[in-house]
Write a protein that binds this ligand. Structure first.
Ligand code: ADP
Ligand code: MG
Length: 373
């Protein structure tokens, strides 16, 4: 069998550069090697593209001597693929599929997806539109509000806002405590909880350091629940059972996510079946509403006292390690990380828009449908 060349892009210019490296190490280690050759490409924090020829294990602490030549992705389809610059000469490396294991800005927001569309290279995961909607917490909210799914009361501001007016609006329409978030970031970077005017002002300044647009939300009291979605409209898509985040801090901030060993993930969450079912149903609806393709993790709050399920956000390139919620949720449903990756890569080839006969569509590696649960 001819192995396909999968270009794995990782690193990137976003604040989630380091998280992308950890995700990529796990993706590279688990892509079935009997079917695919992996071409790892590291994007530095400054945005340079370099071939990486070290091991997956060492990605977290990349040694500069393991970084190869500069490689540029051409948008010119005739010379398409990855172009390597060696001694003033251009050499082409054929790429069959791209896997952007990039989180946040330029990776999860439709921009790399747009470049790959231009170059005619099929790629894993959500397309331009779905990525651009999901990265933007304000746009996501307006799409989800049409589905009638509950969300926290919120206001959206840009950095040309009239500050006194904004503070007044927040006070009367949202109240304290509230959460202040950059509209387009991730990993809780730039997010703060404000309890009064002083901390609100600080939180606004911090959020505006990360984005020109921000969202201010009413605090939701509830348990944090997450659901994983895999698939597409052509092959079909499915959602997992639900997992719970037990944050080791006041909220699930950057330290609680990646540095603290106090935070826990419970899979499956110990919640009533009807709550889990509702969350699965909502996750599929939201995935479809944003025009999702491939994968996403959909996050909610559940207020046990009132029974309300409140949508928080959708991530189109969720953390992708074996211990990430995304993989754990599928593992709990009997689907291994290797099967997920194999499906996602096969599925990327459906992107051309040409009709794909049923027998050629990749099979969703999900047991739920078979068992009729
Ligand atoms: N409205 C809210 N009420 C209570 N907690 C919140 C609210 N919004 C966010 N949080 C807390 O902040 C964390 C990060 O916010 P989130 O919107 O998920 O941003 P990110 O995209 O950075 O993960 C959540 O996991 C949760 O712990
Ligand atoms: Mg989140």
């Amino acid at each position: 069998m001819n192995k396909k060349n999968v270009m794995v892009l990782f690193g990137g210019v976003s604040t989630e550069h380091d998280i992308s490296k950890i995700s990529a190490a796990s993706v590279i280690a688990n892509i079935p090697e009997e079917k695919y050759n992996v071409i790892p490409v590291y994007i530095t924090k400054e945005g340079r593209w370099l071939l990486y020829d070290g091991s997956a294990d060492n990605i977290k602490n990349i040694r500069w001597d393991k970084l190869g030549t500069q490689a540029i992705l051409s948008a010119d389809r005739e010379n398409g693929g990855l172009l390597r610059l060696v001694g003033g000469k251009v050499k082409s490396i054929p790429v069959d599929i791209a896997f952007p294991v990039l989180h946040g800005k330029n990776g999860e927001d439709g921009s790399i997806q747009g470049l790959l569309e231009m170059s005619g290279i099929p790629y894993v995961g959500c397309g331009v539109l779905a990525s651009a909607i999901a990265i933007d917490k304000a746009f996501t909210k307006s799409v989800v509000s049409r589905l009638g799914i509950k969300q926290a009361a919120h206001l959206v501001f840009t950095d040309d806002m009239e500050t006194d007016e904004a503070l007044k609006n927040i006070r009367y329409k949202i109240g304290y405590p509230c959460f202040v978030k950059p509209a387009r970031a991730g990993s809780s970077v730039g997010i703060n909880r404000a309890e009064n005017k002083k901390s609100l002002c600080q939180a606004l300044v911090t959020a505006f350091l990360h984005d020109r647009k921000i969202v201010v939300e009413k605090e939701v009291k509830g348990r944090e629940l997450e659901c994983a979605v895999l698939g597409d409209k052509i092959s079909g898509f499915e959602a997992t059972s639900v997992g719970e985040i037990l944050s080791g801090a006041a909220f699930y901030d950057y330290d609680a996510k990646y540095r603290s060993n106090k935070s826990k993930q419970v899979v499956p969450a110990e919640i009533p079946d009807e709550v889990s079912e509702k969350i699965r149903e909502y996750s599929l609806q939201i995935f479809e509403a944003i025009d999702g393709f491939g994968l996403a993790r959909v996050d909610f709050f559940w207020d046990e006292d009132t029974g309300k399920i409140i949508f928080n956000e959708i991530n189109t390139m969720p953390g992708f390690t074996q211990i990430s919620m995304y993989a754990k949720l599928w593992e709990n449903d009997g689907v291994s990380i290797e099967d997920i990756l194999d499906f996602l890569i096969e599925e990327a080839l459906l992107r051309s828009g040409d009709y794909v006969p049923a027998e050629k569509r990749p099979l969703l590696p999900v047991r739920r449908q078979d068992s009729g649960q």
